[in-house]
Design a protein around this ligand. Structure first.
Ligand SMILES: [Ca+2]
Length: 339
């Protein structure tokens, strides 16, 4: 029957059904953050982080602690001197009044880029009033196994801890929503730049491959495409910098130390803006994707760590573009200020 002869009420009904299906697909689909699956209860999360090298992990931890949708259950430190990273995390948690959060240490490697060390010169893990777990990978596996429901893992560094956990307990993946800051799809560092081996992938390419292939409950990443453009400037930045909130004061004390000491970049902009806040995007994706365009893109990883579009690759939920980055800046600033 030609469509023109179908009664209009049937056509309207059909259109309504299609619209309903489209909305249904979206609501359970790519733009849905793990936190939105449980409307009332905060989502239990673990932060796997290389805090203490680039300063954006400290911003990401601050963002997480000020996000009521997320219930931080563990900070797990990754790569390099994980004890130093644990000290930074522990003192920051204490400053924010969150010594309920366990600090767990991943396997240690060679120390490097310890720019926030002066901040923890007189602070040891023994000083932390909360739980400290020396074998962080085991502690993470135990936490996931003991949980009543799914856990969201926010991974904002290279992924040796996650690889080790999957190696020892592959079954945990089905209980985990993975949200990470990894990869570079259509852009590298800097607007208009070509895709590159992004630092968190390049830091452990085999680990990223293992993680990409695992059978997660859900898997999503913020690559450089959406993480690299993010920095707070202007009024947003000045409001945060002026605040006497103890957690924000600690955040800026760390940023100051980092800015004066970091060797891979020249920071002449401390008074005007933040550095690039790559890792805050992964925290945002754990509770909202409102201002992001998230697409299912099949990717593969080259041996040198480039995450490449590949039709035969693994379909991956990727935050490929901001739909409203200015709105996100306002949201992030208000959130950090507890407004
Ligand atoms: Ca990081």
């Amino acid at each position: 029957m030609p469509s023109s002869r179908i009664p209009s009420c049937v056509r309207l009904l059909r259109r309504g059904v299609l619209l309903f299906l489209a909305v249904l697909a979206m609501s359970g689909g790519l733009n849905r953050a793990p936190a939105q699956d449980m409307a009332d209860e905060p989502t239990p999360v673990v932060l796997d982080t290389d805090i203490g090298s680039d300063i954006d992990d400290t911003w990401a931890l601050a963002h997480l602690l000020r996000s009521p949708e997320l219930d931080l259950q563990m900070v797990l430190t990754a790569t390099g001197n994980t004890r130093y990273r644990g000290r930074v995390a522990a003192k920051f948690l204490a400053t924010a009044g969150r010594t309920d959060v366990p600090v767990a240490l991943g396997p240690s490697g060679e120390a490097a880029h310890e720019y926030q060390k002066p901040w923890v010169r007189d602070y040891q893990l023994d000083d932390y009033a909360g739980p400290v777990r020396e074998n962080g990978v085991s502690a993470f596996i135990e936490l996931v196994r003991a949980a009543d429901g799914p856990i969201t893992l926010i991974a904002i560094g290279p992924l040796p801890n996650v690889e080790a956990a999957l190696d020892r307990a592959p079954g945990i993946a089905s209980k985990i929503h993975f949200v990470g800051m990894q990869g570079s799809i259509d852009r590298g560092y800097g607007a208009g730049s070509d895709p590159v081996a992004e630092a968190n992938v390049k830091g452990d390419v085999d680990a990223f491959r293992t993680v990409l292939r695992a059978d997660w409950r859900s898997f999503a990443i913020a690559p450089l495409d959406t993480a690299d453009p993010v920095a707070l400037t202007g009024d947003h930045y000045q409001k945060l910098k002026r605040s006497d909130d103890p957690m924000l004061t600690a955040l800026f004390a760390n940023y100051r130390l980092w800015a004066d000491r970091v060797t891979w970049t020249e920071v002449g902009y401390f008074d005007e803006r933040s550095s690039t806040l790559f890792d805050v995007v992964a925290v945002y994706m754990a509770y909202s994707r409102e201002h992001l365009d998230v697409e299912a893109i099949p990717i593969t990883v080259t041996d040198d760590g480039i995450t490449r579009r590949d039709e035969d690759g693994i379909p991956t939920r990727i935050a490929i573009e901001w739909t409203n980055l200015d709105a996100f800046y306002g949201h992030l600033t208000r959130r950090l200020l507890s407004e």
